[in-house]
Structure formats: C-alpha cells, structure tokens
Ligand binder design. Structure first.
Ligand code: SF4
Length: 215
C-alpha cells in the first residue's frame, strides 16, 4: 500500500472509530486481513463458544478453518457447514443465539459509523441484532458508503449480485449484474438492517480493515 493511501485509510478509520464509539460499538483498525484475524482471535478467550455468518471476508482471512480447529482446537465452534438437513440448519441458527461470539462482516458501513446489512434467510442479521453475547464484525474500508441510502444502493448493486451468482439464487441480478428489486424465492435481500446503536456497550466489536476484502 503506498504511503498516501495508507495515511488516508488510517485517517478514515480513526473518524469511523470515533463515530462508532459514540454508538457504543467497540472499534479497531487493522491495516491487513492478517492483523484483523489476529485482533479477532485476541478478543475471543480460548474455550468460548463461537459461530459465524456466511462471509467472503471471513473466508479470505482464513477464519473458518481456524475456528474448525486447524492447528489446534481453541473454541467450541458451532459449524453450520455440518448441518445436513433444513431442520439441522434451523437448529444451528437457533443455537447461534446463545453463543459467546458471533463473527460476521458487514455489507456496508456508513461514514457516520452505522452498519448496513441485507440478508436472505435472516439468521445473520438476527444474530447481529440480538442473541450472541458478543458480535465481532470484520469489514474492509472498501465497504464504506456516504450514508444508509448509498450504502444500500452499493449493497444491492455491487455486493448482492456476485453473492447471488455465488449462491446460484436465480435472481434478476445474476443475469443483469445489478439489482432488479426482485421478489423471487431466492432473493438475498429479504431483510434490510441498519444498526445505529448498541444498547449493550461493547457488544458489537467492529474491526475495520485497510486491505480490500469481500464485495
Ligand atoms: S435482484 Fe433481488 S437478490 Fe438481486 S440484489 Fe436485487 S433484491 Fe437482491
């Protein structure tokens, strides 16, 4: 990363951290995905129960195999990938509400420090809003948008279409590349959630990352 960009990202992150702390989020800045990985691990004591929402960012930083126990089992990881039936998946999503730590990314972040997320099934935004004792959000600065409206615009036109392609949703955006405001069975934009405050101080822990990650 060239020095001017590094300095600009640090300044942007510092501004966002101030805005997030006013919202009772804990917030941190890491330059790289590797540093963000280490920071997230340092926030979770060994032996904690942990699960996560579907996230390209978490995959890119190598979090999933680590939680699964690669290199030594450190957490009680509730692995939704092991659910074989719809009922088993439902049970995993329900048990997620009682975990110590829930890891996820955010689809977007506003310049005012709000988290903006869309979800198809709703399990990820449900955990963000209520349930797990702590939620760790790892999100790159490439997801920052001016306000909630532009954040939603970004999510539905930049983030959701590649996700819908990846998940083979059969929605209009998988054909046109941009949002068709669909009401299709495979729609991944069923719930649009803006998180503007945490009633429990520090429950939401946001790790901003300078390196581009996710969509
Ligand atoms: S077309 Fe449907 S699934 Fe695709 S971005 Fe728009 S609302 Fe979401």
């Amino acid at each position: 990363m060239i020095e001017e960009v590094r300095s600009w990202k640090k300044t942007l992150a510092e501004q966002l951290i101030g805005k997030m702390e006013a919202r009772q989020f804990e917030a941190y800045y890491c330059e790289t995905g590797k540093e963000a990985f280490d920071k997230a691990c340092s926030l979770m004591p060994e032996g904690s129960s942990v699960t996560c929402g579907g996230s390209t960012t978490l995959k890119q930083i190598g979090m999933i195999p680590y939680l699964q126990g690669e290199g030594g089992k450190k957490y009680h990881y509730l692995d939704r990938g092991l659910a074989k039936t719809a009922q088993e998946k439902r049970e995993v999503f329900a048990k997620a509400a009682l975990t110590d730590y829930y890891l996820m990314s955010s689809n977007a972040i506003t310049l005012d420090g709000e988290l903006v997320n869309v979800d198809g099934v709703g399990n990820r935004v449900a955990a963000l809003c209520f349930g797990p004792e702590n939620v760790i959000v790892i999100a790159s600065l490439n997801k920052v948008a001016k306000d909630a409206k532009s954040a939603l615009d970004r999510v539905r036109n930049m983030a959701a279409p590649p996700n819908a392609v990846r998940l083979n949703c059969g929605t209009p955006c998988t054909v046109t590349g941009s949002c068709g405001n669909c009401l299709k069975p495979g729609c991944i934009c069923a719930d649009l959630v803006v998180t503007r405050f945490s009633r429990t101080p520090g429950r939401l822990k946001v790790i901003l990352v300078g390196e581009d990650l996710g969509y």
